[in-house]
Ligand binder design. Structure first.
Ligand code: NDP
Ligand code: 2IT
Length: 444
């Protein structure tokens, strides 16, 4: 059996109840086959792939908190410190009822390669809780965040592990988490990113994932003789990533016509209005039905369906496995030319294969959405030097980073004889730096 197959079997056998983690590992290791086969004995002897697929540390903890009725609630808290070969663990926190160890491990595993692709010195980690922020009062959110950080603060630090936001964790939650860390540890340090601007946050971090996704896609289209100008784009999600992807799509001359949340989706023939979207999702924290009320020419559809809309480029920006084989078929049939993942692993494996086989330019999330974590690393730099850069400075760095990621990914695919296969290119380029650092540091 080849070394890759041995490790895939081992991961499956050791984690039989973790479908998302197995899915992420399968995609990466399949891409790495060509690299591993060149030096199989050395990789096997050093158990490089076993170490790569086993987190350095997993912290799991109880999060008790009191709701507004005086009832004690208990949630599960997680932090997976996956790989610190190239820098302190770095990656978001997700608060969503679907969170479990499989989801956090898949996200942490992806983060290792994504962070490597940024070219910045950050290792990979991820955390979160099955806490559901929906419908909770501000006081309940604060109580939860304080309890969560009371345990998490023992395991993180500016040079150890630096969490940030993800689904269900935005500026409000980061503020409460930072306040509690500082209070318990008596340390004012850049232990979290995505902070508010008055207490160490970076300009452009809020916009960074969505903007970066569009810079990346723009460069990819340019290198394939195309341009976003005049294109119709479909976006899923209505949160941080989707909102700023939509904003930058407009700025680059495209027309974003859809967005979605966990209950339904919007088709707006005049293009999604960013101010209305922010008002509904960030200020009112309401459903997209409110968007339809405020924009009478738009249509709200309950359930799923964003990918049935005719578009040139599709940007899945909500969650994992939200673009399935039947969606991929609709996109291809409707003449879509590119899919770029704003979310982490939003496209199922069979849908990815179908898109690639049908000539769609397919950009995997670990490359296309790396602008968020890259700008988090820029926030860490600013915190370390106790300075703040201008919006223009950060945005320019973000753009350069995204353009470089595209070219590194593209060149890695070409070097290993898989031109245009950006999944393979991203996995290989991300892997090589981490593997080199792991080899240099001995058996740890
Ligand atoms: P937000 O919480 O801001 O927004 C998430 C959006 O997706 C919401 O509109 C939400 O709907 C929808 N959504 C979430 N879960 C589901 C689900 N199970 N089914 C249907 N819709 C769902 O999160 P972000 O925008 O920050 O994150 C979106 C994706 O981007 C995630 O995959 C995340 O890991 C990834 N990502 C985020 C980065 C960041 O910097 N924030 C960086 C890189 C990747 P509703 O409004 O109903 O909750
Ligand atoms: O998936 C991701 O890259 C994020 N949620 C952002 C992580 C970060 O540390 O900024």
């Amino acid at each position: 059996m080849s070394y890759v197959d041995e490790v895939l079997a081992r991961v499956k056998q050791q984690n039989p109840d973790q479908p998302e983690f197995n899915q992420a590992v399968y995609e990466v290791l399949e891409s790495l086959r060509v690299v591993i086969e060149k030096n199989e004995d050395a990789y096997r002897k050093n158990a490089l792939l076993e170490r790569l697929t086993t987190p350095e540390r997993i912290v799991m903890f109880r999060v008790p908190w009191v709701d507004d009725k005086g009832q004690v609630q208990v949630n599960n808290g997680y932090r997976v410190q996956f790989n610190s070969a190239i820098g302190p663990y770095k990656g978001g926190l997700r608060f969503h009822p679907s969170v479990n160890l499989s989801v956090i491990k898949f996200l942490g595993f992806e983060q290792v390669f994504k962070n490597s692709l940024t070219g910045l010195p950050i290792g990979g980690g991820k955390g979160g809780s099955d806490f559901d922020p929906k419908g909770k009062s501000d006081r309940e959110i604060m109580a939860f965040c304080q309890s969560f950080m009371t345990e998490l603060c023992k395991h993180i630090g500016a040079d150890t592990d630096v969490p940030a936001g993800d689904i269900g964790v935005g500026g409000r939650e980061i503020g409460y988490l930072f306040g509690q860390y500082k209070r318990i540890r008596n340390l004012y340090e850049g232990v979290l990113t995505g902070k508010g601007l008055s207490y160490g946050g970076s300009l452009a971090r809020t916009q960074a994932t969505g903007y970066g996704l569009l810079y990346f896609t723009d460069e990819m289209l340019r290198c394939n003789g195309k341009s976003l100008k005049g294109m119709t784009v479909a976006v899923s999600g209505a949160g941080n990533v989707a909102t700023y992807a939509i904003e930058k799509a407009w700025q680059l001359g495209a027309k974003p016509v859809t967005c979605s949340d966990s209950t339904g989706w919007i088709y707006d023939p005049e293009g999604i209005d960013v101010a209305t979207l922010i008002q509904v999702k960030e200020v009112m924290r309401a459903r997209l039905t409110e968007y339809a009320k405020m924009r009478p020419n738009s249509v709200y559809h309950p359930g799923k369906g964003v990918w049935s809309v005719k578009c040139d480029v599709a940007f899945p920006c909500a969650t994992q496995n939200e673009l399935l084989l039947e969606d991929a078929k609709m996109l291809v049939a409707n003449g879509c030319i590119a899919v770029a993942e704003g979310a982490n692993m939003p496209t199922s494996l069979d849908a990815t294969e179908y898109l690639q086989e049908n000539g769609i330019l397919f950009c995997p999330g670990k490359a296309a959405n790396a602008g968020g974590v890259a700008t988090s690393a820029l926030e860490m730099s600013q915190n370390s030097e106790r300075l703040s850069w201008t919006f223009e400075e950060v945005d320019a760095k973000l753009k350069t980073i995204m353009v470089n990621i595209f070219h590194n990914m593209d060149e890695a695919a070409k070097e290993y004889g898989m031109e245009g296969n950006y999944v393979a290119g991203a996995n290989i380029a991300g892997f090589l730096k981490v593997a080199d650092a792991m080899n240099a540091q001995g058996i740890v």
